[in-house]
Write a protein that binds this ligand. Sequence first.
Ligand SMILES: [Zn+2]
Length: 514
Amino acid sequence: MKPFPRILAAISLVIVFGAFASDQTPTVDWGTVAKIREEGLQRSQVMDIAGYIVDVLGARLTNSEDMKRAQAWAKGKMGELGLENVVIEPFMDYGVTWDNDYFSLHMLEPDYQPMTGFPLSHTPGTQGRIACPAVVAELQTKADLAKFKGKLKGAAVLASPPLAINQASLAAGVARLTDEDLKKLQENVVPPAPRATPPPPNPDLLKPEEKIAFFKAEGAVAVLQCDGGRPGVVVGFARPGTKDDKWSREKSLESLPIVAVTPEHYNRMYRILKRGLAVKIEVEIRNRIGEKAEKAANVVGEIPGTDLKDEVVMLGAHFDSWHASPNASDDAAGCAVALEAARILKAIGAKPRRTIRVALWGGEEQGLYGSQEYVRKHFGNPKEPKNPPTPDYEKFSAYFNQDYGAGQFRGIYLQGNEHARRLFAAWMEPFRDFGLTAISIQSVGSTDHVAFDAAGLPGFQFIQDRIAGTAGHTNLDFLDTLAAEDLMKNAVVEAAFAYQAAMADERVPRKTLK
Ligand SMILES: [Zn+2]
């Protein structure tokens, strides 16, 4: 071979590799990252924001008066932080508002015991203060109904079996992710096959709403139940059937008061009754039920972009919670992190090319309704002929979400999107000292990034440490469950990811839409 072509070959090789390298190595704006770190780690307001949401605003059940008050605050807070185009944006015909104003539960006999619990949402209150016998009535199948006919009048029904309490769960605490855990997450490279469809339910089994209707028809005055199994923790959600009847006022009023009780107190009553001894309780519940169905809402605000302002990067978390506690870790923490990320970017005077939009969703706990309806309205979905992609679909870059408790970010799930790996690897580089190192190809579910992912839009959830005290969906999720340093780091990472995504030469690439 002649020397000349060899040199030419070498030169062209350099050119090819050069071009390849610049494509493959996204730039990191270390100067801006340094400013974000300084603002977020030395002048953080994330705990002040989280504290206001948790301590002052409290629980935020979708479409409650509590939630409306909280959303009005969030709108004001976004404005105060300097976000623009701030709106409380309605998203679907939901149902009536429901708020608990008062709750009291006691065992009166055979021994006095104040009891811990709370009413399920979208249940009626009691007719004043009621003292009544408690009766065990565990129903499984339609054949069980005859056994309890004529035996429940004027009684409070213990409708669930006693619960085995996992006493070790408190002592063991919750370990942070170890290097070995992170390694496993990264090496688990084959996404799982879709789950098989479950078999149809046994038609003889009673549905929860059928049980309640039977108790009501039999003249019971309240239903007591127990779920969960951690010491001192009360778990309870909504009246069965609420999604089907769209949180209807009539259905709520014609149901029975249903109370979730702490396992220790529930088990005590249950054991006494099983001895054949009487238990007498006292219960009083006052709930406020709205008169007419209303739309639920998201709260959205943005830092408008500059030359690429029609293109959008989004950050968010669900603002709604279950109603038994302020749900600090689920997901006041994620909302505080998104708001603090926006605050940091405004504080350092960031001028992103793309628009950075913060969304605090409603309706997540009932089924990701807020984010799904938002995606449908603003971006569309190529798989839904009735909601074809809007002009904004192509201009969307990525959505980043925090909702796996309040622990710090240790990496990110790619959601099956290999194309995003090299960008995220570059953007994580400045945060190795935070322990933010892992990229997992796995897809994860159960929260608002899924709404984007399902429409073929890049939506991501971070890999998070599980820290002690994360007790979402319970009566025990207060500010004390949050660790300030974790949330400070998360806000810094979210701000940096949002900024880099808003400044990058390209939008976050997409995976093939299945
Ligand atoms: Zn959540």
